[in-house]
Design a protein around this ligand. Structure first.
Ligand SMILES: Nc1ncnc2c1ncn2[C@@H]1O[C@H](COP(=O)(O)OP(=O)(O)OP(=O)(O)O)[C@@H](O)[C@H]1O
Ligand SMILES: [Mg+2]
Length: 938
């Protein structure tokens, strides 16, 4: 029995080594026993065994012509893999394939800097490996023996690179990637690597940062270790490298099959992608790898994850500081120089850059390679939408039309797109999922729930009547369950099956003529050429829709499927098989729309994504730009549309955050909110300036603002004056307020900071002209005044809405200025919307709002808006004086009646205070009169 197993293993290994698929091999050995010839015959001549061609999984490349591919492999043995590829029969490209059980196979050998491995050499290597195979009696030993044989051969390949490195690099570039030249920033990054210098590469999304760390492996024959935060990203890159004929693998801490890791540590792969936790665990083996095959470079991709001030902080990234010491020549005597670090990102503000350098302990001489973040072919737009299920129809009509698939609305069963059998209970796949039971399907009411769940913070602040109960219930529902917890993502890095994350390279002719250098990605492109982008025809590539919650990925994907769009949901909690399938079909262009959370973001490199839609506020501009960066990587025109409810202040999605992280998260959310609200500055300009770039162009010419132009400027001198004067007066009063009031009031109220709501209420009460002006309008004005430095946030936390405004010295100076001087500003999106959109108070959530507004209150009390609403009946206990609760309730009512009659305390001339709102200051109606309220200055 034992003997039989051993010989089976041996035959299996042989067959795999020949290039056959694992599944076919197993099937063959099971059918004909552990006899090599018979098994081969079984695979390549299935008919002679009265069998159909082996059912290679859909992912297998051999699908269409299996017998040809397999027989050619048989004849040519291992070399056949490469040759079949060059003859157009590509072997890689199937994502599923890479998740099949491990194959102790080494399909090609590279390590060439224009001096690729010669054929006899490759053959001799192949022989070496075979000898190793034959001498083994057990499969794990076999793998090990093969690995060391390969390593021994590879080790000879370590190349010295000299002054002619650029020529070599060009050769490699052409040979593997089909590009003719390096971009200048790539050259710069490579130069610093050649000089053993650490580098921080800051370049736009899609600019080609990966080449900066991939080329060193090909130029030297040594290994490059790439630290990467997301499994999807590692996966994507390995797949690409395999297509380009470069062996790569990815490792994760959840790796159950040690052979890939072991092979990687033995130097079998030129590029090893690894998540941060794993690299920290593998320091010892990596040191040995450095001594043997050699490590050319440690690349830290998506390096913004290092920083607490970035949008995607991963604590484990911070611990990567150990790399510097662990791979220095002081610690590793065999090294001639320290192994350099290369950190790369497309989204780093100054603060983040600084943090990366410090946290990774990069050397003082670190080279900063900086290119423009500008993506000239991206057309940004911001649109107002409720971003709820009720607005799908309006917002996605264009997308539905685009994909030109007209199906009958509402007929769910119509969808015959791939039917996944998914056993996950609370989510469908977007591919219309008939496996869900009715009760589990997302019903319209679910979607409405969602709408309420994702309401703004202001709602929560309002707690009138039942609203409070509903708000708290909804708040409870808005739990991490529904969200892609940003901080959870790194932990789930290994959630995907990484059991066989190995990708053996084989150059595909299909990929050789792929893309010409995308000059349109060059930020120096002139305005005329940018406008020409509009005329260029572009294919109808796929769309990615980003939504904030997992639940919505499913709901929206399902909705789109109803119209015949090939859409699928993607979020980290969906089954792995589904995620793999989405990846695969997305890359194969068989999916039209992926509705995803942040889990499908960073680094995804597909050239023809034509549209990125954000449906709901992103949590930061960094995340937004990162995700938008998936679009138009072929340099052709692509759209990035942000749909957001511009009438609501966004809130942070629940996540595990420290206090410091919460502050930072709010700050980033505010910046994003301001980007959405702004409608006078070019979007692309705003974005790149956010990353500290001095935008070289006046405008991008493509975005919604550039096309439509800014709104009509308005002279808001009076409004700004009133706002600042009342603010100044109240602040002043709070500082020096009349101390004759009841101590409790003074302590409880007057020492508090002035709340924005109170300020607006005061303005409304005192100026009938503004009685119905929405608070959002004042928020807009406050933002503008804050940008001009006239007010500042008094709270210790920056939020999208100003909470405790404080007037500044500049603000006071503004008040002293000539009343006739105009104050022209561009009203922002919320200011315009709040004046144009008629608010109906028909929804429950809206009804809860606005009682503080005198005008709204008046309307409601007149009964205009309250038609049909049920009167709240006192509870049984409230009426019943026999019960304890009834007596308490009656007591409470009596007390509140008494206190409301003594509410108004007249004091100090024209100021009226009441216990409810002690900060109200009554001022006279006209702007000129309010000059009397200029506060004392110290
Ligand atoms: N020198 C070059 N000439 C032409 N195209 C290039 C060059 N270098 C890279 N590219 C192409 O640019 C595309 C984007 O590359 P890559 O994925 O490395 O971008 P990135 O900068 O890492 O983007 P992201 O920040 O989104 O991860 C790739 O498909 C790549 O083939
Ligand atoms: Mg990248």
């Amino acid at each position: 029995m034992e003997k039989n197993n051993v010989s089976s293993d041996h035959v299996i290994a042989e067959l795999i080594e020949m290039g056959f698929e694992f599944s076919q091999v197993i099937e063959a050995v099971e059918s004909v026993g552990p006899t090599l010839d018979k098994a081969v015959d079984f695979i390549i001549n299935p008919s002679s065994h009265h069998k159909k061609p082996s059912n290679v999984s859909t992912s297998s490349l051999g699908d269409s012509k299996p017998s040809f591919a397999l027989s050619s492999r048989r004849v040519l043995g291992k070399k056949a893999v490469t040759s079949s590829v060059s003859s157009g029969r590509t072997k890689q490209s199937s994502i599923m394939e890479h998740f099949q059980p491990p194959r102790p196979k080494r399909s090609r050998i590279e390590g060439d800097a224009g001096t690729s491995v010669s054929e006899p050499e490759a053959v001799s290597r192949s022989k070496e490996e075979k000898t190793a195979c034959h001498s083994c009696t057990d499969s794990s030993n076999l793998v090990r023996a093969m690995d060391s044989a390969v390593f021994a051969a590879e080790n000879l390949q370590v190349l010295e690179i000299g002054a002619d490195w650029e020529v070599k690099a060009s050769n490699v570039l052409r040979k593997h990637f089909g590009f003719s030249t390096l971009k200048s920033f790539q050259k710069e990054a490579l130069e610093s690597w050649l000089a053993n210098q650490d580098s921080l590469v800051l370049a736009a999304t899609g600019s080609g940062k990966s080449l900066c760390f991939q080329l060193p492996a090909l130029l030297t024959g040594k290994v490059v270790v790439v630290i990467s935060p997301l499994i999807s990203l590692m996966h994507d890159q390995c797949l690409k490298l395999a297509k380009h004929g470069i062996s790569a693998c990815f490792l994760g801490s959840g790796q159950t099959d040690t052979s890939v890791e072991q092979k990687a540590m033995n130097g079998m792969y030129s590029i090893v992608y690894v998540c941060p936790e794993t690299v920290l665990r593998l320091i010892g083996p990596l040191q040995r790898l450095a001594e043997n095959r050699g490590i050319a470079l440690f690349a830290i991709d998506e390096a913004h994850c290092v920083s607490k001030w970035g949008h995607d902080f991963r604590p484990d990234y911070r611990r990567l500081s150990v790399l510097k010491d662990s791979f220095s020549k002081c610690n590793l005597k065999f090294l001639k120089s320290n192994i350099p670090l290369m950190a790369l990102t497309a989204t780093a503000t100054f603060r983040v850059r600084d943090d990366i350098l410090k946290s990774l302990r990069m050397s003082m001489e670190t080279k900063i390679v900086l290119t423009s973040f500008f993506r000239p072919n991206l057309r940004f737009a911001v649109k107002h939408s409720k971003t709820s299920a009720s607005s799908y129809e309006k917002d996605f009509q264009e997308l539905v039309d685009l994909y030109k698939t007209h199906r009958i609305v509402g007929k769910r069963k119509q969808n015959n797109v791939v039917k996944d059998s998914v056993d996950q209970s609370d989510c469908s796949m977007g591919y219309v999922n008939d496996s869900l039971s009715d009760s589990e399907e997302t019903s319209p009411s679910d979607l409405e729930d969602f709408e309420d769940e994702y309401s703004d913070g202001n709602d929560a602040e309002v707690s009138l009547g039942n609203r409070k109960g509903v708000a708290s219930r909804k708040k409870k529902q808005l739990s991490v369950e529904f969200l892609e917890d940003e901080l959870d993502v790194p932990q789930s890095v290994d959630d995907l099956d990484v059991a066989c994350g190995e990708f053996n390279g084989g150059i595909s002719s299909e990929n050789m003529d792929m893309r010409k250098p995308s000059e349109t990605n060059d930020p120096s492109i002139n305005p005329q050429d940018r406008l020409k982008l509009l005329e260029e025809p572009s294919d109808r590539g796929p769309t990615i829709v980003y939504v904030p919650t997992r639940k919505e990925t499913v709901a929206l994907a399902k909705y789109l499927c109803m119209f015949g769009i090939k859409a699928a949901a993607y979020n980290a909690k969906l089954p792995k098989s589904h995620l793999r399938k989405v990846h695969k079909e997305f890359h194969e262009n068989s999916l039209e729309v992926v509705v995803a959370t942040i889990a499908f973001g960073m680094g995804i490199d597909k050239s023809n994504v034509r549209k990125i839609i954000h449906y709901g506020w992103p949590q930061s501009l960094e995340a937004y730009y990162q995700e938008a960066g998936r679009a138009g990587r072929d340099g052709k025109l692509a759209d990035c549309v942000l749909y957001a409810n511009l009438l609501r202040i966004p809130t942070l999605l629940p996540s595990k955050r420290s206090e410091e992280q919460t502050k930072q998260a709010y700050k980033m959310l505010s910046d994003c909110f301001r980007f959405g609200m702004g409608n006078s500055a070019c979007r692309a300009k705003t974005l790149v300036q956010y990353f500290g770039e001095d935008f070289g162009h006046e405008k991008c010419l493509l975005c919604d603002v550039c096309v439509a132009g800014p709104p009509e400027p308005q002279n808001l001198k009076i409004e700004a004056d009133i706002f600042l004067r009342i603010l100044a007066a109240q602040c002043e009063h709070m500082r020096y307020g009349d101390r004759s009031y009841d101590d409790d009031i003074c302590r409880g109220k007057l020492t508090e900071k002035l709340d924005f709501r109170t300020l607006v209420s005061t303005i409304r009460e005192q100026f009938s002209k503004f009685a119905a002006t929405d608070r959002l309008w004042w928020q807009g004005l406050a933002r503008i005044l804050q940008d001009k430095g006239y007010i500042r946030e008094g709270a210790d936390m920056i939020r999208p809405s100003i909470k405790f405004p404080e007037v500044t010295e500049s603000g006071l100076k503004f008040l002293q200025s000539d009343p006739e001087t105009a104050f022209y500003i561009y009203p922002e999106a919320d200011m315009l919307l709040s004046t144009t959109i008629q608010k109906s108070f028909s929804t429950f959530s809206e009804w809860g709002k606005g009682w503080a507004d005198p005008e709204i209150r008046r309307q409601r009390l007149k009964g205009k808006c309250r038609k049909g609403r049920r009167k709240k009946r006192p509870s049984k206990h409230q009426k019943d004086l026999k019960t304890v609760r009834g007596r308490l309730s009656a007591n409470y009512r009596n007390r509140s009646l008494k206190s409301s009659s003594s509410e108004s305390i007249k004091a100090n001339g024209s100021m009226t205070y009441n216990s409810k709102n002690a900060n109200h200051v009554i001022v006279k109606e006209t702007a000129s009169d309010i000059s009397a309220w200029i506060p004392r200055t110290n």
